[in-house]
Write a protein that binds this ligand. Structure first.
Ligand SMILES: C[S@@+](CC[C@H](N)C(=O)[O-])C[C@H]1O[C@@H](n2cnc3c(N)ncnc32)[C@H](O)[C@@H]1O
Length: 339
């Protein structure tokens, strides 16, 4: 755990309109290098090899993700943004009041219509990608000078370590988890994540969550394998990151990118597939890859509304409202605590 950067004290959080450039405070709680190394060792020791999806998001990964969102094949971002813009007044009325906590805020663009529609909002943005988060929060603070905004660089699946910042005191906070990011977690981990969010948001807390739904396989596979090759570049950036941060010698030309629908799991699996038998040095160890062996970079599960609400119920959440686009490509579910 690293120290706080920026003014994170209670008094510094409420930022007034001023002629000075606005800067939202940032708490940097990024996992320590030793923990990161351990996660990589565990992930490469698994069969199949797989790392937590957050490894994809260093500064370059975040930049590439924003580019993915502009690709015509990846319609999720445009659809969800339009839905939020159209339904913001109804969503804000159903959410009520409380600090809005976004899990995996990225460029924090989807939250703007909510901040516009909520009465007296405060906003906490959690994300693993520190530089990108800081830029996003500064941009948002300029757009909403009267809104208290805090950025927290952390792994949102490890919320036990989060200090109780003044904006997170009390209970009945409002969670926001767009982008269908829950799909990056396998069912047991997704359940654990929803339980953690419930604890952080406190009794009476609510969660607005965007969930991508199953659709034609060709459309799903194209969304994660865009013609411009940005999804592939995003995956290959993982190798560059591992080489840089953990003294690796991955040769990217010895892998190919693959995105495929796995019907029995109802998810898209994204992987870098070894083109030949090879050995790679990383984190002080030697790793073998067989020809055709995959390093899974990410999975993205798709849930029908019924399947998602069944999963949410196992973590003590009940669906209160649902908004969808006309094609029923995705849903925004408003969850309340079941007991
Ligand atoms: C798929 S993008 C979604 C971004 C944005 N919420 C949206 O809907 O467009 C996932 C975001 O969550 C962040 N992220 C992924 N895993 C994370 C984790 N375990 N903890 C914190 N942030 C994470 C990434 O850095 C990235 O900004």
């Amino acid at each position: 755990m690293r120290g706080a950067t920026g003014a994170a004290e209670a008094g510094a959080v409420a930022v007034a309109a001023t002629a000075e450039p606005l800067a939202a405070p940032l708490l940097d709680l990024h996992p320590a290098p030793a923990d990161t190394r351990q996660l990589v060792i565990e992930g490469l020791s698994r069969s199949p090899k797989q790392l937590p999806a957050w490894f994809l998001y260093d500064a370059e990964g975040s930049r590439l993700f924003d580019l993915i969102c502009q690709q015509p094949e990846y319609s999720l971002t445009a659809t969800e943004t339009a839905l939020l813009e159209q339904q913001a007044p109804a969503i804000a009325a159903a959410l009520g009041s409380g600090t809005l906590v976004e899990f995996g805020a990225g460029s924090a663009r989807k939250v703007a219509p909510l901040l516009q529609a909520l009465a007296e909002p405060a906003y906490v943005a959690l994300d693993i990608s520190a530089e990108h988060l800081q830029t996003a929060c500064a941009r948002l603070q300029g757009q909403f000078p009267q809104v208290p905004i805090l950025g927290v660089c952390c792994d949102y699946s490890q919320l036990e370590q989060l200090p109780v910042h003044p904006l997170l005191r009390g209970s009945a906070h409002l969670g926001f988890f767009p982008g269908s990011s829950l799909g990056n977690f396998e069912p047991a981990a997704a359940q654990a994540l929803l339980l953690q969010f419930r604890r952080l948001l406190g009794p009476g807390g609510r969660l607005l969550i965007g969930i991508d739904q199953p659709k034609a396989v060709a459309r799903l596979e194209a969304a994660y394998n865009d013609a411009a090759g940005v999804s592939a570049a995003f995956a290959f950036n993982l190798l560059a990151r591992l080489n840089r941060d953990l003294w690796g010698d991955f040769d990217p030309t010895a892998f190919r990118y693959r995105a495929r629908w796995v019907p029995e799991a109802s998810w898209i699996e994204m992987a870098l597939v070894s083109l030949r038998p090879q050995q790679v040095q990383l984190a002080g160890r030697r790793w073998s890859f067989a020809e055709g062996e995959a390093l899974i970079t990410e999975t993205s599960a798709k849930y029908s509304p019924e399947a998602f609400l069944k999963l949410a119920a196992t973590a003590g959440w009940r669906g209160e409202k649902r908004w969808s686009d006309p094609a029923e490509d995705l849903s925004l579910h408003l969850l309340v605590q079941a007991n």
